[in-house]
Design a protein around this ligand. Structure first.
Ligand code: ZN
Length: 308
């Protein structure tokens, strides 16, 4: 089963196109793609039994993130030996975990404005959680997975490595820095998530060509290790790390420039395409956020700017 966010509405993707879940279920399931994960088992049961109509053609550029508003967006660093080697870091004995902020999420086919600094690519397999996971074993992990999708963990390296302790979360969370998609593929269609080829091409040149068989901590191990500490909620997203070939590890280093086209592909899942422009688009701040924002200290903004 393939679950997509078609212009903000939950859709099942069939051979012929997209089936709108809210419409076909008569409103039983909400159109909001994020809400489906809270009812994941019920939804799967319905989707497998329901006689679905033929899908309607859809525009790939309209697709959004299959998990657009997760409670937690977790990312793993240095999870491929060859990538750890190219960055000059020892392979960790436990997963290196950081967070990305959910405002960086986008659909699979986007234009990303390049902020100041050095923006790099990281092709990654992402996992979306289907049922709450707390203290689960590796053997139990699979039953908590809703499915798999492709991700780019775009990273601005100057900010990432700035300050006395690195700023991983901030340097990886500019708008559009976490494209996800093109859809969620359920585990029954991915016989072995530990044997998926993932590639990244920059303007047609292959820059990353890895396989999830080389993950230091495979998906089940990540869910077990993470759930020892944090509760993973339905709809949470885990980026599992990137193989070798990022721009930072090259001699000389190479970073994204305006006009570049980055393509990320994962076998059995699909493709992401990012186009890059010189400057980030003007921020559109939702009015409800502005209205409910907490008052800030008088020097907050200037201190923040100075640190950056
Ligand atoms: Zn990454």
């Amino acid at each position: 089963m393939r679950i997509a966010n078609n212009a903000g509405r939950l859709a099942l993707v069939t051979r012929t196109g997209a089936v709108d879940v809210a419409a076909v279920s008569g409103g039983r399931f909400d159109a909001d793609p994020q809400k489906i994960y809270a009812r994941w088992e019920e939804f799967q049961d319905w989707a497998r039994k329901e006689k679905l109509p033929g899908g309607q053609p859809f525009t790939p550029a309209d697709l959004g993130s299959p998990a657009p508003a997760p409670a937690q967006l977790v990312a793993i660093g240095l999870n491929y030996r060859d990538h750890a080697a190219e960055t000059g870091v020892t392979v960790p004995e436990a997963p290196t975990v950081f967070g990305k902020f959910a405002s960086s999420l986008s659909g699979p086919h986007t234009t990303v404005g390049l902020p100041r600094g050095n923006v790099d690519w990281e092709a990654e397999l992402a996992v979306v959680i289907g049922t709450t996971a707390a203290h689960v074993s590796e053997a139990e992990a699979a039953q908590h997975i809703a499915g798999y999708t492709a991700a780019q963990d775009l990273t601005e390296r100057v900010l990432q490595m700035s300050g006395p302790v690195p700023q991983f979360s901030l340097g990886k969370s500019h708008p559009g820095f976490t494209p996800l998609g093109p859809w969620l593929v359920t585990p029954d269609e991915i016989p072995d998530p530990g044997n998926l080829r993932l590639t990244c091409t920059l303007n047609g040149e292959v820059v990353q060509d890895g396989n999830t068989r080389d993950l230091v901590f495979p998906v089940a191990a990540l869910i077990a290790r993470l759930s020892e500490v944090i509760t993973l909620f339905p709809g949470d997203v885990i980026l599992t790390g990137t193989p070798a070939g990022v721009g930072w590890g090259r001699k000389p280093p190479r970073y994204l420039t305006p006009g570049d086209v980055l393509t990320t592909h994962i076998e059995d899942i699909g493709t992401l395409t990012q186009h890059f422009t010189p400057t980030p688009p003007a921020r559109q701040v939702p009015t409800e956020t502005m209205a409910t924002a907490q008052p800030r200290g008088p020097h907050h903004e200037s201190e923040y700017s100075a640190q950056l």
